[in-house]
Design a protein around this ligand. Structure first.
Ligand SMILES: Nc1nc2c(ncn2[C@@H]2O[C@H](COP(=O)(O)OP(=O)(O)OP(=O)(O)O)[C@@H](O)[C@H]2O)c(=O)[nH]1
Ligand SMILES: [Mg+2]
Length: 304
């Protein structure tokens, strides 16, 4: 009975790809997690958290919105910056609609310039989404809006608080009003097209960003190298690739305290996402200057 009803469910409605574009730390990944009500994307208070685009699929009775969460638009000269920039370009190419996420609590700068220019040059319909309005004054909100309006004079504008589902409703309604009708590409319960082990690698990175200071977490790449189910438990082995020998001591900590904390934090995040008990092993490996090495970035699939 139920399966027949499922087959007969409408498989079309409002649908399209929506690129989340913006300088680092504006709340793009936060928005995805809030509207999906799942902690799918890594989020942190440090810029350049997202390194590669992520598809996040939102489905309700009338719409299937395919969010493309992009790395923050930023200026940088090394291979990893190029990889992140390629990811932004890919998202711009695939999108039907752009959402320019703006953080009005910080004065518009070079990265906002770049974001607004890329949105304008792309030429697709765009929304100016002023996020974090809980942190900004009306003057700051007005200043950010007028900055983006210079580049996108016809784009509608909406305010939101990406951490609060109720305060994302206006943006969601605006997105729906601007997307076409079409056939849904994914099942209603699909969240992404990324493997669970790649989500796990990102959740480990999120734990690193929370616990390690300054530049250190930015110098680490995470790969999940083994993933086994044993009874009720998930057994996961992951490697932290670090750039310099002297970061080893920071990551392991006195008496192994830091690596233990990182392992516990990351395991709890993965357990919640996968709804399973998790045994996580972390290994540390030095790969000198990995962020400058295209071949390594290709091996870990940060670069195509
Ligand atoms: N107060 C407040 N904080 C927010 C809001 N939206 C996001 N944040 C916080 O802003 C920080 C950055 O959020 P992310 O979602 O990681 O930002 P991002 O744009 O994906 O950043 P990158 O991946 O680096 O480009 C986190 O600490 C969030 O909790 C909001 O509306 N209000
Ligand atoms: Mg992000």
């Amino acid at each position: 009975m139920d399966s027949t009803a499922d087959i007969q469910k409408p498989r079309s409605g409002i649908t399209g790809y929506v690129a989340l574009l913006g300088r680092p730390n504006t709340g793009k990944s936060t928005l995805v997690n809030t509207v999906l009500n799942r902690h799918l994307a890594a989020v942190s208070d440090k810029p350049q958290t997202t390194r590669k685009y992520l598809l996040a699929i939102y489905t309700d009775a009338e719409a299937q919105i395919l969010f493309l969460d992009a790395p923050g638009v930023h200026v940088g000269k090394i291979a990893i910056d190029e990889a992140m920039d390629n990811s932004v370009s890919r998202v711009l190419e695939d999108a039907d609609l752009l959402v320019c996420m703006v953080d009005p609590s910080r004065e518009p700068g070079e990265e906002d310039n770049l974001t607004a220019q890329r949105a304008r040059d792309n030429g697709k319909p765009a929304i100016i989404a002023i996020n974090k309005v809980d942190l900004a004054t009306p003057e700051q909100i007005a200043a950010s809006l007028s900055f983006y309006r210079e580049y996108l004079p016809d784009a509608p504008c909406v305010q939101l608080v990406a951490t609060d589902l109720a305060r994302t409703k206006d943006l969601m309604a605006m997105i729906k009003s601007l997307l076409p009708q079409g056939v849904f590409l994914y099942e209603a319960d699909e969240l992404t097209d990324v493997y669970e082990r790649d989500i796990a690698a990102e959740l480990i990175r999120e734990a690193l960003l929370e616990e390690l200071k300054q530049e250190v977490p930015h110098c680490i790449a995470v790969t999940v190298d083994s993933w086994k189910t044993k009874g009720q438990r998930l057994q996961i082995g992951a490697t932290l690739h670090i750039e310099r020998e002297n970061h080893k001591g920071i990551i392991i900590g006195q008496g192994g305290r830091m690596i233990k904390l990182l392992r516990q934090r990351a395991a709890a995040k993965i357990a919640k996402f996968c709804d399973a008990r998790v045994d996580l092993s972390l290994f540390v490996k030095v790969v000198p200057d990995w962020r400058r090495r295209k071949q390594f970035l290709k091996e870990i699939r940060l670069m195509d």
